[in-house]
Design a protein. Structure first.
Length: 941
DNA sequence: TACATCACG
DNA sequence: GACGTACGTGATGTAC
């Protein structure tokens, strides 16, 4: 960054004024003139000037309420109240204060301050100058660009393209298009009814701009949206003109006159004295008689580097380095130089390129390294020839020159395994699985990469629930840079080529950039872990989970494919029969798998009662609806439910699972995602082994197909009532604590207490109700929700909830505390300190906020439970090893761990597993794990 | 690709 | 007085 690059600071005066006025209690001068806004403004401006410097600076004001926008649209800002009378006399004094600092005041009749800001920003940046606009007004976000940024005066946070994107879902140049659609109630910009920020952003992303969208409005699929766009097209155009700032507004003062300069001697202190602002004189170092505070200590506006310039690029030149060009390493000597440089640096970002997203099958194609921002390389290892044109006369293309795989890996291995060189990866589990897999015939490497840091997990530890943690997203968000995408490199659809066929130049640009981005993210995010209070979560839990999950994924679980096929045949036959019955009952054949067709038959043709339409206008036919109809004595719904159950099990589990069976070992290997959920849980994909059926008899058959290896048994260990234990712990409920301490049935205890039934005389129905409400509580349930689940009236449900809270007042207090915590901080903390962000908690949309509040209530319980089992998993391998046991941990299903145990070690393993799981956290209630074992997963329960 | 549905905790 | 109504996931089939 060039230190003396021209830098214009434009302060949005109105923002300062209103903030000052509303933040401070009334204050008056001895002569009775109100001055609270003047005082606040002067303090804020003085404070800003002592901390920031630019080459040019001005404060921009609104001239009057009437502007050209009122002639476009009379209602523009019409609902804004007149400024309060106490504020009016302060406007002139505020301009005086600005001038006393030696700062220019800008205003112009008929234009808003925002237009002048736009005009000066345009003029200044056109000459290559940098512009900082001090304001948090979202209407100014349209001005953000390579040379123009906003600075939020409250949070002292720069607002650049990623922040704008976060707010509007589009890049700054498209902000007005979005605003034109979404409107703005605070400014009375009408927009298009029914279209909010989300929809607007989506439409603009799709169509590019308002006019293109309006031109294609007739083709919009959603009927309501289409109608709105057609009917309110003109209103949208007007809205666009209202929000579009006029960057061609005349400049009331030449740019040169905005040059930053020290205040005239005495003028500032004179002003402060006149207003009676003694504390400000002191704060600004102007209160001395010359003895302690000579004039030279007055604010200087020139040399001290702006906070903007040091806030992030304190690390400086480095982090401003361009993304590329990067080096392609194709000879051993060059590779050895890179390896030596990495070891000398002590930290290196590493990324692997492969031919598959599935780590257990992926073949290594290349490795990239980054040692400093902008300094990165790509080492191709298994690139083949470019795809030919298919012309038979063409000479066979040759593979590009590259270091032989074995030699390259031998050169890399010592560095990758060097305990003194930290390897930084994004989603390290993947790369570690690829590099760690020993393979015959040259492919992959058997390298045990250590130690590692993982930027995905660093981000997740701090920002779970706030946004995704993919590299591209983090890069745009934190670095303001969109890396090249995989699709751009390999193409998409039919034209897609394997990465190994991508030409080296392109592969290097992509692969080295990913390593570069990873390194830059690490430099930015790693220090934040400590300040954000997320260091322990990352170091003690997330980072240690990498190796644990790697082992589990590699182990996989044995599935009996023959049994699976038998189940499939059986289901098929039964489905055929059911389908015939359904068609007869319906009076005609139709596709039973189509909810749309089913809805039409049930509600349009058969005219059954109780139909409700979903958001797309189709009849709802889910299990709850069908159950209801069935209870009214209709045969069709029940038959459909049965068919659906078989259909689900067959397609998702019988066929889906069979397709995932690895023929090499007869096992299925899931991929645990570590950074997906907003609560700290894992998730499982390809296949999802966390939702294998168990609740129905047919489901149990599927689970029986998960079997132990010969000579082994499966051991399942479930945490008992873990979320309710956390409830008893967090809300500190004496009677629930006692119940757990005595190993009582918690739902019976609850039933006895809220329904006032003698202990021991609780019947099944009372227990069922208590169980429903116990779970409902940790989901933030309402009376309505409870009524629906229990099939009782809302009044009765409310009575039960009232009785519950009367019995357990600590629980209600805890629910309120969690909502409050989320509202104030934007996040809640689990009992172990994991930070979980609650999206939408500040939303003005009642429904959205309601959802967020329930999520805030649930998050500490779900997240706390996730934390407990993760900690147990992290401790498990060593505990087993120390006990001389060979059991393998195979799966985690949120509150359950599944192990494969050599038959002779069952007792000892059970003991060790139980001990680890129950001792991993000290709560106000004991933790309990329940164990079972058998030849298959169903039996182990 | 959106939606509805349903498998699990 | 209306609103919408229990938390968190992933996979599948239909319809567009």
């Amino acid at each position: 960054m060039v230190a003396d690059q021209p830098h214009l600071i434009l302060v949005d005066g109105s923002g300062y004024i209103f903030r000052a006025f509303h933040a401070l209690p009334p204050m008056t001068r001895p002569d009775g003139v109100p001055v609270n806004a003047v005082f606040g403004f002067t303090g804020m401006l003085g404070n800003f000037l002592t901390r920031h410097a630019g080459s040019h600076i001005a404060v921009v004001f609104d001239h009057s309420r009437n502007t050209f926008r009122n002639t476009i649209y009379a209602d523009y800002k019409a609902h804004r109240p007149e400024p309060p009378p106490e504020l009016v006399p302060q406007f002139a004094l505020i301009r005086e204060a600005t001038a006393a600092f030696g700062v220019a005041c800008l205003e112009l009749e008929n234009f808003e301050a925002d237009d002048l800001i736009a005009a000066y920003a345009k003029a200044f940046s056109a000459e290559g100058g940098k512009v900082t606009i001090v304001s948090s007004d979202k209407d100014l976000m349209q001005l953000v660009g390579p040379l123009v940024q906003l600075l939020d005066p409250i949070k002292q946070k720069p607002i650049r393209e990623p922040e704008v994107f976060e707010k509007f879902g589009v890049t700054p140049d498209k902000v007005v298009e979005v605003q034109a659609l979404a409107g703005d109630s605070t400014d009375n910009v009408p927009g298009v009814p029914g279209i909010g920020l989300k929809t607007a952003a989506q439409l603009i992303q799709e169509y590019g701009d308002l006019e293109t969208l309006l031109a294609s409005a007739e083709q919009i699929k959603q009927p309501k949206r289409r109608e709105s766009l057609v009917n309110f097209a003109e209103q949208a155009r007007i809205s666009r003109r209202l929000v579009q700032l006029d960057a061609d507004a005349p400049l009331p003062a030449p740019i040169d006159s905005l040059l930053a300069r020290a205040p005239e001697p005495g003028r500032l202190s004179g002003f402060l004295r006149d207003q009676g602002f003694r504390s400000l004189q002191h704060r600004l170092g102007l209160d001395g008689d010359g003895a302690t505070a000579p004039p030279t200590s007055a604010p200087r506006f020139a040399p001290p580097p702006a906070i903007l310039m040091k806030a992030e690029p304190a690390a400086t030149l480095d982090d401003a380095a361009p993304f590329g060009p990067y080096e392609t390493v194709t000879d051993l000597a060059t590779l050895e130089r890179w390896v030596a440089e990495a070891q000398a640096a002590g930290t290196v970002a590493v990324d692997t390129e492969t031919d598959s997203l599935d780590a257990l099958h992926a073949k290594l194609v290349g490795v990239s390294l980054a040692i400093a921002p902008g300094r990165a390389c790509y080492i191709p290892l298994a690139h083949g020839p470019k795809p030919g044109t298919g012309d038979m006369l063409e000479a066979a293309p040759e593979a590009p020159a590259q270091i032989p795989l074995r030699e390259a890996l031998s050169a890399l291995q010592p560095m990758l395994e060097d305990p003194g060189t930290l390897k930084i990866l994004h989603n390290a589990k993947y790369d570690l699985e690829v590099l760690g897999r020993p393979q015959a015939e040259g492919a992959n490497s058997g390298i045990d990469v250590s130690p590692v840091d993982d930027t995905m997990l660093i981000s997740y530890s701090m920002d779970a629930g706030r946004h995704g943690h993919g590299m591209d997203e983090l890069s745009l968000r934190h670095l303001g840079h969109s890396p090249m995408t995989y699709d751009q490199v390999t193409g998409t659809g039919r034209a897609r080529i394997p990465f190994a066929q991508v030409e080296l130049e392109k592969a290097t640009a992509y692969a080295a950039e990913d390593a570069d981005v990873t390194l830059r993210l690490w430099r930015l995010l790693k220090p934040r872990l400590r300040t954000d209070g997320a260091l322990a979560t990352y170091e003690q839990v997330e980072r240690r989970m990498i190796g644990v999950l790697k082992e589990m994924e590699e182990a996989g679980i044995r599935v009996d494919g023959v049994e699976l096929a038998r189940i499939g045949e059986d289901f098929s036959g039964r489905m055929t029969t059911l389908e015939q019955q359904i068609h007869e009952l319906a009076g005609k054949p139709f596709n039973v798998g189509s909810p749309k067709q089913l809805g039409e038959i049930l509600f349009d043709e058969m005219k059954l009662p109780g139909g409700k339409r979903g958001k797309a206008g189709a009849w709802g036919t889910d299990a709850a609806v069908l159950e209801d109809l069935s209870a009214r004595g209709h045969a069709l719904p029940k038959t459909v439910m049965h068919w659906r159950q078989l259909s689900k099990l067959k397609s998702t589990y019988v066929e889906g699972l069979a397709a995932q069976l690895d023929p090499r070992d007869g096992r299925v290997h899931t991929d645990f995602s570590m950074a997906i959920t907003s609560t700290g849980r894992l998730s499982s994909t390809e296949p999802n082994l966390q939702n294998i059926p168990i609740r129905s008899e047919e489901g149990v058959r599927i689970r029986r197909a998960f079997v132990a290896s010969p000579g082994h048994v499966l051991l399942a260990a479930d945490y008992s009532q873990i979320e309710l234990r956390l409830l008893a712990h967090l809300a500190d409920v004496p009677s629930l604590r006692e119940a757990f301490a005595n190993d009582e049935d918690i739902h019976s205890r609850t039933a006895s207490e809220i329904f006032k039934i003698e202990p021991g005389k609780v019947d099944r129905e009372a227990r069922r109700r208590a169980k429903t409400i116990n779970f409902g509580i940790i989901y933030g349930m309402s009376a309505f929700g409870l009524a629906a689940r229990l099939g009782i009236g809302a009044g009765e449900a409310k009575g039960i909830i009232d009785a519950y809270f009367a019995q357990y007042p600590g629980i209600r207090a805890e629910m309120e505390r969690l909502k409050e915590e989320a509202r104030i901080n934007g996040f809640v903390l689990t009992p172990f300190g994991r930070k979980l962000w609650i999206d939408g908690i500040a939303s003005k949309d009642m429904s959205r906020r309601g959802n967020a509040e329930r999520a805030a209530i649930n998050a500490p319980f779900q997240g706390g439970a996730a934390e407990i089992i993760k900690r147990a998993m992290v401790r498990m391998p060593k505990a087993l090893r120390d006990a001389g046991l060979d059991a393998k941990m195979l799966l985690q299903v949120h509150d359950e761990l599944l192990f494969e145990v050599p038959q002779g070690q069952l007792t000892a393993t059970s003991q060790a597993v139980k001990e680890v799981m129950e001792s991993v956290a000290e709560l106000r209630v004991p933790l309990r794990a329940e164990l079972g074992h058998g030849g298959n997963w169903a039996e182990a329960h």
